[in-house]
Design a protein around this ligand. Structure first.
Ligand SMILES: Nc1ncnc2c1ncn2[C@@H]1O[C@H](COP(=O)(O)OP(=O)(O)O)[C@@H](O)[C@H]1O
Ligand SMILES: [Mg+2]
Length: 255
């Protein structure tokens, strides 16, 4: 661990992480995720008042860690941090290059990951402005994205994967309407829609816009179709009658 990292961590810990025990799981995850540049970014966000105190680790994914933090008013904030060292930035570069909003994608690992994070933030902004049920985006800098925390007392609402909805018909309709509004109003395709990326509040909310792309993406139709196939597969498995993906696709494309 570089000395400057240790110094920063102890400073940050002293001022803002005083509630964390040194041997807690959260502390260990933080120490493994936060390089010195990420710590500086967190400093900036703390100084801008985006959040104030880290509360706990929520999820460790393939590319990013999600933490729960508290702002000065005591509201919970979700903080998604892309790991610089272990993210598959070559894959990210490929996906970014097919999004018409990002014609010139940087090549360097760090810059690719920053662009990736900002694309996810922009996707959330566009979706939120269009009234699609998504976590409200709050701020983004470099590899750190802050958004509304969907949960209670620092515990996220369940994923649809873990807790099947009580009224599948209604939830399916809401998700279909959300996908249509995302396409028609926000001009976006989620591109990773599945029961893993829906939280039930109990109304469904779409999360994880990391793969979200502009609908003008040359692969757009394929990605939209795959999202709809995933939805239909999940709800049919629950025993719900749903139209065929091709029918839903046609309904979404008609403006
Ligand atoms: N805004 C949020 N509020 C509360 N929990 C969240 C939020 N965003 C993500 N999570 C939690 O973190 C998990 C992973 O988030 P996700 O964005 O899907 O990341 P990944 O890229 O690792 O799949 C989710 O399943 C959920 O439990
Ligand atoms: Mg996910």
């Amino acid at each position: 661990m570089p000395a400057d990292f240790e110094a920063l961590l102890s400073k940050l810990e002293h001022r803002k992480l005083e509630r964390l025990e040194k041997d807690s799981e959260t502390y260990k995850i933080m120490a493994s995720v936060f390089d010195s540049s990420t710590l500086l970014t967190l400093y900036h966000l703390i100084n801008r008042g985006v959040f104030d105190v880290f509360y706990g680790a929520v999820s460790t994914g393939k590319e990013a860690n999600i933490f729960c933090a508290l702002d000065r008013q005591g509201n919970y904030v979700a903080v998604k941090i892309y790991r610089i060292a272990t993210s598959d930035f070559k894959n990210m570069h490929r996906y970014l290059a097919s999004d018409p909003r990002f014609r010139r994608v940087p090549k360097e690992r760090r810059d690719v990951i920053y662009t990736w994070t900002s694309r996810e933030f922009k996707n959330l902004q566009r979706a939120h402005e269009a009234g699609v049920p998504v976590p409200r985006p709050i701020d983004c800098e470099k590899n750190v994205l802050a958004m509304e925390f969907l949960g209670e007392e620092g515990v996220p609402y369940p994923r649809m994967k873990d807790t099947p909805p009580r009224s599948p018909k209604r939830v399916f309709k809401t998700l279909f309407d959300a996908t249509k509004s995302l396409y028609q109003d926000a001009q976006l395709i989620h591109s990773d829609l599945s029961e893993y990326n829906v939280l039930l509040t109990p109304d469904p909310v779409l999360i994880d816009f990391s793969m979200g792309t502009d609908r003008k993406n040359p692969m757009g139709d394929k990605l939209l179709m795959r999202d709809l196939e995933n939805l239909v597969r999940y709800f049919r498995k629950l025993g719900s009658k749903t139209p065929d993906p091709a029918e839903l696709f046609a309904k979404i494309k008609e403006s």
